[in-house]
Each structure stands twice: as C-alpha cells, then as structure tokens.
Design a protein. Structure first.
Length: 395
C-alpha cells in the first residue's frame, strides 16, 4: 500500500510538548498532572445559565453568526477594552470575535506572512507559536531571554534579530512559561522599534488577569493609543473565565487589518460557535468580583507551589513567577535533558510536568509546572516528588 503523502512542514513537525505530556499523563493511571494549563475551576454558573436559556429560547442559537461575531458581544468587548485600557475602539471596525487565541494567532500569521518572512518569538516562549509560524510559511526567530536576568526582555539583543523580512514579534505578558511580567519601558521601546522597522506586535493575552504582586503591575501595550497601528491585541476567555473548552476569544486590531483578518477567519471557520459567543457575553457581564476572586486563588497557589519548591532545592532552582500560572524551574538534579527528566518523573513518581526544551532552546534543562490545578493536586504532586527525591538521594 502506498503511504499517504503529507506536506513536509507537517511531517517534520513535532506534536506540542504540552499536549504530548497531557496525553501521556491521561494514559498513566493515577498520575497527577501539572503539565497543561487548564484551570481547576468550572465555568461560572451564570455563564452556563445564560447558555441554557439561549438554547431553550433563542431560535438563532444553532445558526452561524456573522463572521466577525454577534453585535452585542462585539459591543461588550469594546466596552471591556475601554474599561481595561482606556482606549475607545469601534466594535464594527476593530473587533473580531475568534475561536480563542490559538485561532486568532493562526489567522493573523496567515494575514501577515509570505514564504520566508520572519516572526520573532521569545525563547523561552509558548511552543505552539513556532508551529503556527511554520504552518503559515514563516520562519521563527528566537529572542533569547536570560534566566540570570529573571527572563526579562533583552532589549539589547533585539535589534540584531530584526531585518527586512521581520513581520512581527509575538509576546505573551505575563509570560508562559516563565510567569515574568515584562517592563513597561521595554514594551514601549519595542513598539518604537516596530514602527521604525514596520513590523507588528502580536499580543497574545490569556493571563493578564493573573498578576500576583502589587509591586509588579502589568502594562498592556494596547492601552497606548499612540501605538494602536502597531499592536494586535488578542484576549481569550479560556483562562480568566475557565472556558478552555468553549473556544472563544477576540482580537482588537487596526481597521485595515480587521478587513484582511475577516477573510482568513471566514475561510477557516466562518465564525466562532454561537453558543460560545453567548457564553462570552455572559462572562463579560459577570463584573470584576469573579475575576478578582480567581486571581486571588491563583496567587495563593503561586505561594503554595513556591513554598514547596523552596523545600526542594536539591531538585530545582526557580525564579518566582510574577503573573500567569506557571513556574519554570531549572533542573538541578542530575539528568540528561528535560524530556528524559520529565518522562522519568511521570514513570517513577507519577507526576507530569512539561519538558522545558519544548519552549525553545533556552528552556532546555527546565520543566514547566502549571499551578492552576487544585491545591490538593499541587500537594499530591509535591508529596510524590518529595518521596521520589528521597528514594533517589545522591542521584
Ligand atoms: C500563550 C498562550 N496562547 C494561547 C493559548 C490558548 O488559548 P486559547 O484557548 O484561547 O486558544 C494558551 C493556552 O495555554 C497560551 O498559554
């Protein structure tokens, strides 16, 4: 039998390390998984109730919406964006409802890239971005960040990465996987560079609700109207509203880019699922209290996991995360590489973590741990790591 021919880009692509570990954990009886950033919370009851009501009463609920999303949701998004950033945007011309930030990013990369165009990603950074750039025909360029400088942006290294093929820089702030909150001055300098060299900043924002310390506030670059022509802001409901399975997000973007993006978005999926859009509208109506409470719980889990890591310095050294819900410790115990180490932890301790090498070359010899899981699971994972460490003392 002939083998099916597939595109070389796809055949040469590794599956995402995050999903690979999540699948392995799911197939390992009784494993505790810190591998995947799925919050332990249920989607809030008012969101589910609004969807139930729409399913019962709205004859349009099973139909497509217009490609850029239902009018009420886009209006609510524009209002939320104004509340969060102080910037007024036009819901018809600058807001596009997406099926989450993965789809938003994939759409924008297709809008921007021609074969061989380059996109700069932080190293370490979110692994799926590299795959998405390659699928869109582009070339990822790694912007190496230094753990000794707590993974902050390295503005001195950036100009050497920019050339006439550079079309965008992708940023996740607070960072996945490091939990670093990037400095305002660095972000403003990046925006100035973007204007000078005519590239865009694609701000992938799942985690801005999760900022753990007052001393490190988050600066959202899309709150500066001066750089509005340079920034595409992508928000996802997945994390802030425990809606990972609903597949919903939105983009706020310059009008001329929205026109192009809607063409790609329509060609890919027509519209975000209408039931999820109804859920998103209910989410935006929840008000601040819900988000503040989730952020408080996640910050407490940050303290919990850091306390457990502090007691495990024979295995790990780490930078304390300032935001998001990941910690990215360096493996201090003897090991070959991060993948071998993560597979060993799963097989021998029953704990799944994500190998750091999947987040870029600078991530090698690290693992990512997600602390959006329950307090009990954090403790269960670390009790097991502790027992494993005692069994392997002197490794
Ligand atoms: C940086 C980043 N972007 C995008 C996503 C996925 O977002 P969505 O569920 O909206 O596709 C994640 C999920 O972990 C993420 O960490």
């Amino acid at each position: 039998m002939n083998r099916c021919r597939v595109a070389a880009t796809v055949a040469g692509m590794e599956p995402s390390v995050i999903k690979d570990m999540a699948v392995r954990a799911a197939h390992t009886p009784d494993a505790v998984s810190l591998a995947w950033g799925v919050p332990s919370f249920a989607t809030p009851a008012p969101i589910r109730a609004a969807v139930s009501e729409a399913l019962d009463q709205d004859p349009d609920i099973g139909r497509y919406s217009l490609p850029d999303g239902i009018v009420e949701l886009r209006a609510a998004i524009a209002a939320r964006h104004h509340e969060a950033t102080g910037v007024l945007v036009d819901p018809d011309r600058q807001v596009l409802v997406t099926a989450g930030n993965m789809q938003a990013m994939s759409t924008m990369l297709k809008v921007l890239l021609e074969a061989g165009d380059e996109v700069i990603v932080t190293d370490p950074g979110f692994c799926s971005h590299v795959q998405q750039i390659e699928l869109a025909g582009g070339v990822p360029r790694y912007w190496r960040l230094d753990e000794a400088r707590h993974w902050q942006l390295d503005m001195d290294a950036l100009p050497a990465l920019v050339n006439r093929r550079t079309r965008a820089v992708i940023l996740v702030n607070p960072s996945n996987p490091t939990g670093r909150i990037f400095a305002r001055d660095d972000l403003l300098a990046l925006a100035a560079l973007a204007r000078r060299h005519d590239f865009l900043i694609l701000l992938d924002d799942p985690y801005s609700d999760f900022v753990h310390d007052r001393s490190t506030p988050l600066f959202n670059l899309s709150s500066e109207p001066e750089w509005g022509d340079r920034v595409v802001y992508m928000f996802t409901f997945s994390k802030a509203y425990a809606m990972t399975g609903w597949r919903l997000g939105y983009m706020v973007l310059p009008e001329e880019l929205k026109r192009e993006a809607v063409k790609v978005h329509d060609a890919e999926l027509i519209c975000a699922p209408r039931v999820s859009q109804v859920a998103g509208l209910a989410a935006l109506r929840l008000g601040q209290a819900h988000r503040q409470e989730c952020a408080r719980v996640i910050a407490a889990r940050r303290d919990q996991i850091c306390a457990r890591l502090d007691a495990m310095h024979e295995l790990f050294a780490y930078c304390r995360p300032q935001g998001a819900y990941y910690v990215f410790p360096r493996i201090v115990a003897s090991h070959h590489d991060s993948r071998e180490f993560a597979l060993r932890l799963l097989a021998e301790a029953g704990v799944a973590v994500t190998p750091g090498a999947g987040f870029g070359p600078a991530g090698e010899h690290h693992v990512r741990m997600a602390f959006c899981v329950s307090e009990q699971d954090i403790d269960r994972a670390f009790d097991r790591l502790d027992a494993w460490r005692r069994r392997h003392r002197g490794m």
